[in-house]
Write a protein that binds this ligand. Structure first.
Ligand code: NAP
Length: 547
C-alpha cells in the first residue's frame, strides 16, 4: 500500500495521514509500522531527541527492571541478531543507544520532529481530521492521531513552601541534568522512595559526602540481582529468542516470569519458604510475578509473604529501629509497584546516609540552603525530587484535547478514564491511544504490551483504508462495557487498597490526592487482553462505528 492522505479528491486532505505523539518505545514502533505501509506519518516529540522515558530519565542508577532481552523490540530478526545486551538489566545510557540504533537502522529519524510541543489537538468534525497546535505556532493536521505518550511522562513536584528559594541545583529525577553532575563531596537530599528514589539512593550512597533521604512511606523493595551477560550467554539468548518471546506472550506480565500455580494454602509453610528463598536470590521480578497468585488477592497470603520480606529487610539493615522505618506498615508486598533495588538497604548501614521519616517530622519548608522539618534544618547542596508522576492520564491532561462538540478529554476523564480497550474514546473519533489508560499494554513488560497494541492499531487503520472510511469512533456502550470490566477486576485485587500510581494516587495533583481509586490499568494480564482485542478485530471491530 502506498498511502498518502485520505480525502485528497475532495480537497480536504489533512497534511498527514497519521500523527504520532511521542518518540518513545510506542512511537518508534508505531512509526515503523506506518513507514512500512508507506503511510504519510510524522512523530511529534517535545523532547530534544527520541527515546521517551530513556531520553528523559538520566538519573544515576536508572536501568531496566525487565530483563534487557525481553525489553527489546521483537519485530525484526535482523535487529535481534545484531544487538548485544551487555547486562541482564541494562542501564539508561545503553537503553537510549539501543533506541537510537533502532531508529537509525530503519531510517525513522527523518519522520520525527523534536522540540515539538503539542499544545492542543481539536477534532474538526466537518473534515474528519485532527488539528494540532504546536508551541512554535504551526498548525498540523492529520486524519488519525495516535498517542504514544508513555505511562509516566508527566512528572510531579511536591507542593512545599520555599522550593523556589533553594540556592543550589534542585530538580525532579525526570529532569536530571544531561550534563555531568558532580556529586563527590556534595550533600544531597532525595525526597521520595519509589522505584526511582530507590535506584538513585542505591547508586549514589557511596559517591556523595552526605545523603539524606526524606521518606514519607516506605516501599516493599526486592533485589534486582543484576549481572553481566557474557558473549556466550548472549549467543544463547539469540538462539532462543523465538521461545523467549513466545513465553512472554502467554504470561500475565509479558515477562518470562510466570506465577506459581500451586495453591498458596495447598502447600506447606516449608514449601512456601523454599520458593521464596529461591525467588529472593533470582534476578528481576520473579519475587513478584513467580509467586503464588494469592499474594495479590488474599490478605492472609499477602501478610505471610510480607512478613518474610520484612525479615529480609531486618537482616540487611543493621540498626533495628531504622529497619522498622523501612518496612511498610500500611500496605502489603506487591500491591504497589515493587521497586527492584541494588544495595538499597545496605546504603542505610553507611555513616553518610540518613533517613528522615517525614511522617514523624514533616517537611515545613525548603530554605535557601536546605530542608527544614518540624525537628531541624538539613543543610544540603542538591535537592533531588524523586516524587513520581501524574500517571498515565497526566500526559493527556497536559494537552488540550477536544473531541466532538468541543468536549475536553480532561473533563471527560475528570473522575477517572473511560475508554474502549484502553485504545479508543467515544466522542473522540480517529484518536487511538496506544498503551493508554485501561489498556492491557500499560500493565505489562512495556514493549511486549506496546507491540500488541501497535499491531492492533495498525490492523484497525488498515481496515479503515481498505474500506475507504475516514472516521471511526468507539460507541458509548462499548466504552462503558470495557470500563466496567476494568473496574470490576480491581475489586478482586488487594491493589485497590494501595496508594500508588496503579490506582491513580498522587498527593501533588488536585483531585488525585484523596486515595479514591482511579481505574488506570487493565489487570487481566497480557494474554487475555490480546485474546480480547484479537477477537474484536476478527468480528469487524465490534464496538467501533465507521463512516
Ligand atoms: P512513585 O513510585 O510514585 O514514588 C514517588 C515517591 O515520592 C513516593 O515515595 C512518594 O511517597 C514520594 N512523594 C510524592 N510526593 C511527595 C511529597 N509531596 N512529599 C514527600 N514525598 C512525596 O514514583 P517513581 O519512584 O518515580 O516511580 C514511578 C514508576 O516509574 C515506578 O512505579 C515504575 O513503574 C517506574 N519506574 C521504573 C523503573 C524501571 O523500570 N527500572 C525505575 C524507576 C521507575 P508516598 O509513597 O508516600 O506517596
Amino acid at each position: 500500500m502506498n498511502k498518502q492522505t485520505t480525502g485528497a479528491a475532495e480537497g480536504t486532505a489533512p497534511r498527514y495521514e497519521v500523527i504520532i505523539l511521542g518518540a518513545g518505545v510506542a512511537g518508534i514502533y508505531q512509526l515503523y509500522r506506518m513507514v512500512e505501509l508507506g503511510v504519510k506519518t510524522t512523530v511529534l516529540e517535545d523532547a530534544g531527541g527520541l527515546g521517551g522515558t530513556w531520553y528523559r530519565n538520566r538519573y544515576p542508577g536508572c536501568r531496566f527492571d525487565s530483563e534487557s532481552y525481553t525489553y527489546g523490540f521483537s519485530f525484526s530478526q535482523e535487529l535481534l541478531q545484531e544487538w548485544d545486551w551487555k547486562e541482564r538489566f541494562s542501564g539508561q545510557p545503553e537503553n537510549l543507544r539501543y533506541l537510537n540504533y533502532v531508529a537509525d537502522k530503519f531510517d525513522l529519524r527523518k519522520h520525527m520532529q523534536f522540540n515539538c510541543k503539542v499544545e492542543s489537538a481539536h477534532f474538526d468534525e466537518a473534515h474528519n481530521l485532527w488539528r494540532l497546535q504546536v508551541e512554535d505556532g504551526r498548525e498540523l493536521t492529520c486524519r488519525f492521531l495516535v498517542t504514544g505518550l508513555g505511562l509516566l511522562s508527566a512528572p510531579t513536584l511536591p507542593r512545599i513552601e520555599g522550593m523556589e528559594s533553594f540556592a543550589g541545583p534542585s530538580f525532579h529525577t525526570y529532569y536530571w541534568p544531561h550534563e555531568a553532575m558532580e556529586l563527590a563531596g556534595k550533600k544531597v537530599a532525595v525526597i521520595g522512595t519509589g522505584a526511582t528514589g530507590v535506584q538513585v539512593i542505591g547508586e549514589i550512597a557511596d559517591k556523595v559526602d552526605e545523603l539524606t533521604v526524606f521518606q514519607r512511606r516506605p516501599n516493599w523493595c526486592a533485589p534486582l540481582n543484576n549481572g553481566p551477560i557474557s558473549v556466550a550467554e548472549m549467543a544463547d539468548i539469540k538462539s532462543r529468542y523465538a521461545g523467549i518471546f513466545a513465553k512472554c506472550l502467554v504470561t500475565p506480565g509479558g515477562f518470562e516470569h510466570e506465577p506459581d500455580r500451586r495453591g498458596f494454602h495447598e502447600v506447606s509453610a516449608e514449601e512456601r519458604l523454599a520458593l521464596w528463598d529461591r525467588l529472593y536470590e533470582e534476578p528481576g521480578f520473579g519475587i513478584w510475578l513467580c509467586n503464588f497468585r494469592e499474594i495479590f488477592t488474599d490478605e492472609q497470603a499477602n501478610a505471610e509473604f510480607s512478613e518474610y520480606v520484612a525479615d529480609k529487610i531486618r537482616a540487611r539493615v543493621t540498626d533495628p529501629i531504622l529497619a522498622e522505618k523501612l518496612i511498610p506498615k500500611d500496605h502489603g508486598f506487591g500491591i504497589q509497584r515493587v521497586p527492584l533495588e541494588t544495595r538499597y538497604y545496605e546504603a542505610y548501614n553507611r555513616d553518610n546516609v540518613h533517613l528522615v521519616d517525614i511522617q514523624e517530622t514533616p517537611i515545613e519548608r525548603i530554605t535557601r540552603t536546605g530542608i527544614r522539618t518540624t525537628e531541624r534544618e538539613y543543610d544540603v547542596d542538591i535537592i533531588v525530587y524523586a516524587t513520581g508522576f501524574d500517571a498515565i492520564t497526566g500526559s493527556y491532561d497536559r494537552i488540550d484535547i477536544r473531541g466532538v462538540g468541543g468536549q475536553r478529554l480532561r473533563d471527560k476523564w475528570s473522575d477517572g478514564p473511560i475508554t474502549f480497550l484502553g485504545m479508543q474514546i467515544s466522542g473522540f473519533p480517529n484518536l487511538v491511544t496506544v498503551a493508554g489508560p485501561q489498556s492491557g499494554s500499560s500493565a505489562t513488560n512495556y514493549p511486549r504490551g506496546i507491540e500488541i497494541g501497535v499491531d492492533w492499531v495498525t490492523g484497525l487503520l488498515e481496515y479503515m483504508w481498505k474500506h475507504g472510511y475516514t472516521r471511526m469512533e468507539a460507541t458509548p456502550e462499548a466504552e462503558e462495557r470495557w470500563t466496567r470490566h476494568v473496574v470490576k477486576m480491581y475489586s478482586t485485587m488487594l491493589m485497590r487498597k494501595a496508594k500508588g500510581w496503579f490506582t491513580g494516587y498522587n498527593s501533588n495533583v488536585d483531585g488525585h490526592e484523596s486515595g479514591r481509586v482511579r481505574h488506570l490499568v487493565y489487570n487481566g494480564g497480557a494474554p487475555k487482553f490480546l485474546a480480547t482485542i484479537t477477537q474484536i478485530a476478527e468480528e469487524g471491530y465490534k464496538g467501533v462505528t465507521f463512516r
